[in-house]
Design a protein around this ligand. Structure first.
Ligand SMILES: Cc1cc2nc3c(=O)[nH]c(=O)nc-3n(C[C@H](O)[C@H](O)[C@H](O)COP(=O)(O)O)c2cc1C
Length: 357
């Protein structure tokens, strides 16, 4: 059997294959109340039927101030739990492990939703400055992540993924550019990891030993070695699964071996996989848009699982084509700006092509 079709057990949860759906936010599916809508449920049910082994539901705000926009899904209050039960049910009906990604935007806060707060006062996108969080605010923010994880468990999720990359709050603690603190949350890799490590340890304590805790970490902040040291702290705190993506700092292009079939972001995951081999499963992501690219990575044992973003937005049945060379699929057009984005999922050319099939 091809490696992609082999099961893998991560912290007691068995994925029926090595294909996972990456978190991909639907900016306009939720209402202002942050609740799950039928659009979300249908979206995830289709992807669960498509054959992935695990779905990580999109970035979900742990406080209203940490939303991407006014119509962004949240788990900051109990009333938001119920809708998620339909998503986890749809996953479990297809024997798909269900995680949810917990996030706060931090210094990249949408001004319509909240204040730009983070580890330090630094220049932000609109030319203004973010505000440094006090220790009390840091602890309250950690509480918000932990409470959201408790709600996720109640909704039936098998675990959570902390959003630790793509320049959001947890990532801002890692990067030297955004974390200038001199207290226990800044300075050494151990200190910069502390914000998330303490969240991980508390989630383990309150959600129990069976709950899966993943971190989607920034593999190059402040550089590859530094990012691995941070990830070691996450693992010590109880992280069971590392999904590696990009962050705030640039990626050294020389980490991509000559002739490799994968890009620089994916190369970070390949390095993590080598480092954590046999200890912690690692997932690679980015630019893996064909069955050949996915299978190449797995057959060469360069990763434990492959995280699929646009490929399964474009065609929920993409995993079937990875697992069976005879199956057809609609390839993502890799638009310069993903057309599955804000306000316009119907503009995705692959989706339109699929509807005509
Ligand atoms: C429409 C869209 C929404 C996304 N939302 C999220 C998100 O909620 N959380 C996250 O960590 N990454 C998010 N991403 C990044 C993807 O998870 C993934 O890392 C990226 O698309 C690269 O992988 P791909 O080449 O397989 O698409 C998003 C990407 C797209 C295109």
């Amino acid at each position: 059997m091809a490696k992609a079709g082999e099961s893998i057990t991560i912290h007691g949860k068995t994925l029926k294959n090595r294909l996972t759906m990456a978190p991909t936010v639907k900016f306009d599916y939720a209402g202002a109340d942050g609740k799950v809508t039928d659009l979300h449920i249908q979206h995830y049910a289709e992807r669960a039927k498509g054959g992935v082994g695990l779905i990580c539901v999109e970035a979900t705000a742990v406080t209203p101030g940490g939303r991407f926009g006014e119509n962004h899904m949240g788990l900051w209050e109990d009333a938001q739990i119920e809708g998620h039960k339909a998503i986890t049910q749809a996953c479990h009906d297809e024997n798909v492990v269900a995680l949810i990604q917990l996030n706060h935007t931090g210094i990249t806060a949408n001004p319509l939703c909240g204040e730009a707060i983070g580890p330090s006062a630094v220049k932000i996108r609109d030319g203004g400055m973010s505000r440094e969080m006090s220790l009390q605010e840091i602890h309250a923010m950690q509480d918000a992540f932990v409470s959201a994880a408790v709600r996720a468990k109640e909704a039936g999720y098998d675990g959570v993924q902390l959003h630790g990359c793509h320049s959001y709050l947890i990532n801002q603690f890692l990067a030297l550019k955004t974390n200038l603190r001199t207290d226990e949350y800044g300075g050494s890799p151990e200190n910069r990891a502390r914000f998330a490590s303490e969240i991980i340890a508390r989630i383990r304590e309150v959600c129990g030993k069976d709950f899966l805790i993943s971190v989607r970490t920034a593999g190059a902040d402040p550089d590859l070695d530094g990012a691995i040291r941070v990830a070691e702290e996450y693992v010590k705190a109880g992280c069971d699964y590392l999904q590696v993506s990009s962050g705030i700092g640039p990626i050294d292009p020389s980490i991509v071996p000559e002739g490799a079939s994968y890009n620089d972001v994916c190369a970070l995951g390949v390095y993590f996989h080598e480092h954590f081999r046999g200890r912690v499963p690692v997932s690679c992501v980015n630019g893996l848009l064909t069955p050949e690219a996915v299978n190449d990575l797995l057959e060469k044992d360069l990763t434990d699982t492959v995280d699929l973003g646009r490929a399964v937005l474009a065609d929920p049945d993409f995993p079937k084509a990875v697992l069976d060379p005879a199956a057809s699929y609609v390839k993502c057009f890799a638009c310069p700006r993903c057309q599955y984005g804000p306000g316009m999922p119907k503009k995705c050319p692959a989706l339109m092509k699929r509807m005509q099939k």
